[in-house]
Design a protein around this ligand. Structure first.
Ligand code: BG6
Length: 481
């Protein structure tokens, strides 16, 4: 069966911060890949806007270099690249001043979708929104896209929401959390709500606990200064991990529409119990030479966590008594993002004591090797009585759906959704604020107490304390291989 791809209207997409890292690494290569797939319609235009003085031709050369740097050589077909470069233009603009706005207003077309991607520091969101509005560049149908960090606490997030709300309605604002654009994250919705199998078991009566792991091998590298003011809680938990938690824990929305989905996610965040000391462990990688958090962060006294593990309670009818364990860290043993739902024991074993029961676990692998695996008990083949064994019903999407499966990057999907006007995979303002409202007191608490993160070896599975967090509940983390 050929998949139905929803067509995209003609558009003018303006990327503010077009020569920045995110635009070069993700946004422009992502747009190129959609262009190559024929998803970008004739007559669409991508307009780079940034502070530096550049001609259209110079901008095209810069983008061409970025494509070479960030895409596989096989993806770069010369005629396709040159067609893509032809739809690019550039405007030098001063986000806080007057330069460039008139020129931008002059080239924007009236009869196409207008989208503005703010790949710039959040401090500039308000200035840009204001100028887009005052110069008549944005109208009621325009869309504005913003990136994280969306604030560093509730107060700053509220200020950003207010700055945008002055000129744009909520249905025009697209707050990106790129985790929501990942293929398997959406598959989570399909697994839960397109199958009858799991949903009846998806509650505290049958689920023992849920684990969410996002482990990275990279350290903070060149982002030391940003990261040291942020830490794993703000950088990963407040957004990516909480979004995953919401998708796992939410009630079935009545349809797959933006507000139906976002209403249900919001209820999960609001149902979270405050986190108490003893329910989380913070860590910092401490190694030799440059492989050390303090060196990379350029702050010998830093108390910022590069790892955090926590035990959460969702206090509602469905989840009362089922803990959710979350962990994320940098410089860990391997790059693994997965969600594991561990089910409870059957109420009675007919096979006797000698057969050790192992839990049924549903694992949803986000990366690498996107897929799912379900651990079930079977009889070990052969004579000698009834011996049970747990095996994996393992499905790698690449194997199940064909080895040439080319899964789009999260950014590709999200940018196309902006053009289509579909906000389902974007965070609503109240969701972001609710997440900060939960996170803030936890951070305030450890800052007030002056908590020191626990050291862990670079390349390990995190600090000892994280293991203890599970052990004291008689559980263990899934292995990071
Ligand atoms: C970003 C964080 O939002 O997500 C980074 O700022 C992190 O610190 C990255 O490395 C992880 O994204 P992915 O898609 O590589 O898992």
């Amino acid at each position: 069966m050929v998949a139905r791809v929803i067509p995209v209207e003609r558009f003018d997409l303006v990327i503010f911060g077009a020569s920045g890292d995110l635009a070069r690494r993700k946004i422009l290569p992502g747009l190129y890949r959609r262009w190559k797939e024929g998803q970008i319609p004739e007559g669409a235009r991508i307009i780079g806007a940034a502070r530096s003085d550049m001609t259209d031709a110079e901008f095209r050369t810069q983008v061409s270099d970025a494509l070479k740097e960030f895409l596989e050589p096989a993806a770069l077909v010369p005629e396709v690249v040159s067609g893509f470069l032809d739809i690019l233009a550039y405007v030098r603009i001063d986000a806080k001043g007057e330069a460039g706005w008139e020129a931008l207003a002059a080239i924007m077309r009236k009869d196409v979708v207008r989208a503005f991607y703010l790949s710039v520091a959040p401090a500039l969101f308000g200035d840009i929104a204001q100028r887009l509005h005052q110069r008549g560049i944005a109208d009621r149908a325009s869309r504005i896209v913003v990136e994280k960090p969306f604030g560093k606490d509730l107060k700053t997030a509220r200020a950003l929401n207010a700055a945008l709300a002055e000129y744009f309605n909520e249905d025009q604002i697209y707050r990106i959390d790129h985790y929501l654009g990942k293929e398997t994250v959406q598959n989570l919705m399909a697994v839960r709500f397109a199958n009858i199998l799991f949903e009846p078991l998806w509650n505290a009566q049958f689920v023992d606990h849920v684990q969410i792991t996002v482990a990275e091998t990279v350290g903070v590298g060149g982002r030391g200064e940003y990261y040291d003011n942020s830490g794993a809680m703000r950088d990963m938990v407040q957004n990516h991990l909480m979004q995953l938690l919401c998708l796992i824990a939410m009630e079935p929305p009545h349809c797959f529409e933006p507000d139906a989905m976002r209403d249900e996610k919001l209820k999960v965040i609001r149902a979270l119990d405050p986190l108490k000391p003893g329910e989380f462990v913070r860590g910092q990688y401490r190694g030799k030479g440059g492989d050390d958090y303090l060196t990379e962060a350029g702050n010998p006294d830093s108390r910022t966590e590069s790892f955090i593990a926590m035990k959460l309670h969702v206090s509602n009818w469905r989840w009362k008594g089922t803990p959710f364990y979350l962990r994320t860290g940098k410089r860990m043993k391997s790059r693994v993002s997965e969600i594991a739902v561990t089910f409870k024991e059957p109420p009675h074993s007919i096979f006797g004591e000698s057969n050790q029961w192992r839990e049924n676990v549903l694992v949803i692998r986000l990366q690498p090797d996107e897929g799912m695996d379900l651990r079930v008990m079977i009889k070990e083949p052969g004579p000698g009585g009834m011996r049970l064994k747990d095996v994996a019903l393992d499905m790698s999407f690449a194997e199940a759906l064909g080895n040439d499966l080319d899964i789009p990057d999260a950014y590709e999907r999200l940018i196309m959704d902006v053009i289509r006007g579909n906000q389902t995979l974007f965070m609503r303002g109240d969701e972001v604020e609710a997440a900060w409202a939960w996170v803030d007191p936890i951070i305030d608490g450890w800052e007030m107490r002056g908590d020191q993160p626990e050291a862990y070896e670079p390349g390990s599975t995190g600090p000892e304390g994280a293991l203890m967090l599970m052990h004291k509940d008689g559980r263990r983390w899934r292995e990071i291989r």
